[in-house]
Design a binder for this molecule. Structure first.
Ligand code: SAM
Ligand code: SF4
Length: 349
C-alpha cells in the first residue's frame, strides 16, 4: 500500500453499525476531535483565504444553531472530546454565544474535555468575557503581522489594533491565547522572529502555518508559499530550538525557543505528512462532513437531519462517513489548481 493509498484497511461495509462510544476509522484511528465551521461569512478578506468579492451562502443552506448543536452533540455522544468552533469568522455568526452556552453543557457533564474556537480576533474584545463564562479556556487568534498597514493589506481592510485589544480582553478574562500566523514569502517572512518574540513576550504560544492550496483566491499561491523548513533553519541560526514531543495528533510540530522561553508550532501540511495520527474531522456550516482536509471526500449530514432522521439514523450516517476516512492527503503546492476546490473559510481550517 502506498503512503497515500486511501482504501481503508477494512471494508466500510464490515464496519459495525453500532451506537458505541467511539468513532474508529478504517485505519484504526480514533476520531476524538471535531472542528465545526459555524458560518462561511467573515468581516475580513484575507488574501490567502478568500477572494475580494465572495459570494456567501444563502441562509437556508447554513445549519441553524439548533442543527449545529444537534450534530456537534451527536459527535460528543460518540466520543469526540474536543470541539473547535471556527468559520468563516465564528464571532460574526448571530447567536454564536448562545451556541457556545448550549454546547458548554458537555463540559459540565464531563463528556467534553475542551470547547474552543479559532477567531480573527476582530470582535473578541466584545465577546471575551462571555466566552470565558461559558467554559472556553483556550482560543486561537489568527494574526499574521503587527504592522497596521500590512495587516490592512493582508486582510483587505482589517484593523490590527482591534485584534490586539481582543487578545488583551481574552487574557484579562483568563483565557490562554495561541497565535496563528500564516507564513507568507513576500509579506511577513522578515517579521516572523519579531512576531514570535511578541507572542512569547505576552505569554502566548504561536504557530506558523504554511499556505495551503484550498479554494480559488485572487493570487498565485506558488508565489506566496514559504517553506517552514526554511523558516526553522533561519530561526536556528540565531535561536536554540528544541523539539517538544508531539501529542496533538495534528499537523503541528512544536519546538521550545530557549531565548524567548515560549513554544513555537510549525504546521507543515505540504512538506510533512501527519496523517497517520490524524484524530480529527471537520463539519462545514452546511452540514457537510469532511474526514480529510486535503481531500474532496464529503458526507451530507444536513440532508440526513433535514429529512427527519432519528438519532440512531444520524449515528449510522456518521459511522459510515468515519469508516471511509481517507488514509492521507496529497496536497501539491506546485499544482496550478487548488488541491481541493473548497475555501478554508468553508471548512474552517
Ligand atoms: N476567521 C477565523 C480566523 O481567521 O482565525 C477562523 C477561520 S480561518 C479559515 C482559520 C485559519 O485558517 C486561520 O488561522 C487562517 O489564517 C488559516 N487559513 C486560511 N486560509 C489558509 C490557507 N490557504 N492556507 C493556510 N492557512 C489558511
Ligand atoms: Fe476571514 Fe479567517 Fe479567512 Fe481571514 S482567514 S478571511 S479572518 S475566515
Amino acid at each position: 500500500m502506498t503512503p497515500y493509498d486511501d482504501s481503508p484497511a477494512q471494508a466500510v461495509s464490515t464496519a459495525p453499525r453500532t451506537t458505541g462510544p467511539s468513532l474508529i476509522d478504517g485505519f484504526g484511528r480514533a476520531v476524538t476531535y471535531l472542528r465545526v465551521s459555524v458560518t462561511d461569512r467573515c468581516d475580513l478578506r484575507c488574501v490567502y483565504c478568500m477572494a475580494e468579492h465572495m459570494t456567501f451562502l444563502p441562509k437556508a443552506e447554513v445549519l441553524t444553531l439548533e442543527e449545529l448543536d444537534r450534530l456537534a452533540s451527536t459527535f460528543v455522544g460518540l466520543g469526540v472530546r474536543k470541539l473547535r468552533l471556527t468559520g468563516g469568522e465564528p464571532l460574526v455568526r448571530k447567536g454564536f454565544i448562545d451556541l457556545v452556552a448550549r454546547l458548554s453543557r458537555h463540559l459540565s457533564s464531563g463528556a467534553l474535555d475542551e470547547l474552543t474556537l479559532t477567531t480573527n480576533g476582530s470582535q473578541l474584545e466584545r465577546y471575551a468575557s462571555d466566552l470565558a463564562r461559558h467554559g472556553v479556556k483556550r482560543i486561537n487568534v489568527s494574526l499574521d503581522t503587527l504592522k497596521p498597514a500590512l495587516f490592512r493589506a493582508l486582510t483587505r481592510g482589517g484593523d490590527v489594533t482591534r485584534v490586539i485589544a481582543g487578545i488583551d480582553a481574552a487574557q484579562a478574562a483568563g483565557m490562554t491565547v495561541k497565535i496563528n500566523a500564516v507564513a507568507l514569502k513576500h509579506d511577513n517572512a522578515g517579521e516572523i522572529p519579531a512576531l514570535i518574540q511578541w507572542a512569547h513576550g505576552r505569554g502566548c504560544d504561536i504557530t506558523l502555518i504554511e499556505t495551503m492550496p484550498l479554494g480559488e483566491v485572487d493570487q498565485d499561491r506558488t508565489d506566496q508559499f514559504l517553506s517552514l523548513q526554511d523558516v526553522r533553519r533561519d530561526l536556528s541560526s540565531f535561536w536554540t530550538l528544541t523539539d517538544i514531543p508531539d501529542s496533538t495528533g495534528g499537523p503541528a510540530r512544536y519546538v521550545h525557543v530557549a531565548e524567548t522561553g515560549g513554544r513555537l508550532g510549525l504546521i507543515t501540511p505540504l512538506s510533512n505528512h501527519f496523517c497517520d495520527t490524524c484524530n480529527r474531522v471537520r463539519l462545514t456550516c452546511t452540514g457537510t462532513l469532511h474526514t480529510c482536509l486535503g481531500r474532496d471526500d464529503a458526507s451530507d449530514l444536513r440532508a440526513v437531519i433535514r429529512r427527519g432522521a432519528s438519532d440512531a439514523e444520524l449515528v449510522d450516517a456518521i459511522h459510515l462517513a468515519i469508516g471511509a476516512k481517507p488514509k492521507g492527503h496529497d496536497f501539491q503546492i506546485a499544482a496550478a489548481q487548488p488541491a481541493v476546490a473548497r475555501h478554508m473559510s468553508t471548512t474552517g481550517g
